[in-house]
Write a protein that binds this ligand. Sequence first.
Ligand SMILES: Nc1ncnc2c1ncn2[C@@H]1O[C@H](COP(=O)(O)OP(=O)(O)O[C@H]2O[C@H](CO)[C@@H](O)[C@H](O)[C@H]2O)[C@@H](O)[C@H]1O
Length: 489
Amino acid sequence: MYIVMATPECAPVAKAGGLGDFVHGLSRELASHGHQVDIILPKYDCLRYDRVQDMETYHSDLWVPFYDRAVHCDVERGEVDGLQCFFVDAHSEHGFFNRGAIYGDADDPDRFTFFSHAILSFLLAAGKRPDIIHCNEWQTGLVPVLLFERYAAMGLDRTRVCYSLHNLGHQGWTTPHVLHMNGLDAGRLMVPDRLQDPGNPGAVNLMKGGIVFSNFVTTVSPRYAWEIQHTEQGMGLQGVLRTHDRKFGGVLNGIDTNTWNPATDAFIPVPYDANHLADKGANKTALRNRLGLVDAAKPIVAVISRLDRQKGIELIRHGIDFSLEQGAQFVLLGSAQDPAVNAQFWEAKKVLQESADAHLELGYDEELSHLIYAGADMILIPSVYEPCGLTQMIAMRYGCVPIVRRVGGLADTVFDANYNDRPFEERNGYVFDELSFDGLESAMKRAIGLWWEYPDYFRQLRLNGMRMDNSWARPAQDYLSIYEHIRVR
Ligand SMILES: Nc1ncnc2c1ncn2[C@@H]1O[C@H](COP(=O)(O)OP(=O)(O)O[C@H]2O[C@H](CO)[C@@H](O)[C@H](O)[C@H]2O)[C@@H](O)[C@H]1O
């Protein structure tokens, strides 16, 4: 099968969070089964060019419609971890992809609907006729709309769209100008059963457009699929998702087990696996040395996260104090887009400046994240909502025990050590329900207490997590079944 991944992110070249991992991991698994996978993403100025091999111009005469004119683009081809990637380089006066960051500008709806349009123009012009375009997030929500409204009639009539929702907190709310910009008929599309936002009749909702016009819609865990249809986690799209229930389902994400493998990880000083768990200790020492923490007989609690409201910022901050109170050390690697949240964490960092037991690293650092997974004993994920969550799965692979709130994909992957009807070998972490300091403390206390008092039992929990299969093997089969189900034969 020929599959095109339409995406604003792909690890490790353009990654702001879990979407980058999703595209990279799923694509590699699909390609390993012999399918042709092309990834199309913007040619950002902030791409990790050092991770792209053999970049060369592939198509130099692409003209993408933009209001009543067209913008000239080049498409470069390069390889990322053996995956074929196409990078759209737009030569417009807006510098759409030259902003020093992937997201965060007021004109993001213009930037990414332009990108969506460029994907279809490129496929058409380059004679590519994929069976499936797999779109992701609101940034590519306009692809199925443009395909249905315009590009099917121009030659892409055999292409079908699978659309994945990774986070309903960002739906691409904007004004109808993006429809004019892309040559679409606002009169036809700004109606309740098409792109009109359910809560604001004057607004375009790009994610809703993606849901309505795609052949199949997925989200990244079964539990989140239920939550967004039946609770306020749908953030206004509950009704739309229920209407389209017959083409909607949850597929639990996997992780790329080559990238995230403590036995072969080039970013950690001492490799280890479940049979050599004692070697994890040397990585703990290396982590302490790197971050200036004292080397003492204490557990390390870690957070690796985008510092977004979604992730439970207040509980993360409380987790710092509570870890120290319980005699543990605390390490945070976090990046905040919101200046207020950023300032809050810089303040906390200043307060902890002299501490030999806590370190906050503010920013994005892929290499350091590997060392933290390898060196820490526990990872804290107190999310307000969590579509899937990859950090708990990565942490478990590194023998780091997750402490999570029971929401979304966290509920589907972490099973409490004490309160669970599963057999012991399937229990792998600590879970709490209530979004409160008490809720958080109840789980942290049990986890840290176990580390201090029952080290053998704690070791067993680590091993249970390390032995779980969270690879892409099964989810990739689920996606292939979906592609088979919708493709034109
Ligand atoms: N400061 C930092 N430095 C280095 N690395 C960092 C980092 N902060 C985060 N990371 C890394 O980014 C990834 C985060 O993955 P998540 O799935 O937890 O989050 P995210 O909310 O971005 O993704 C959204 O999409 C994914 C994919 O579908 C869903 O799992 C998730 O629930 C949804 O919110 C992990 O690989 C983590 O190691």
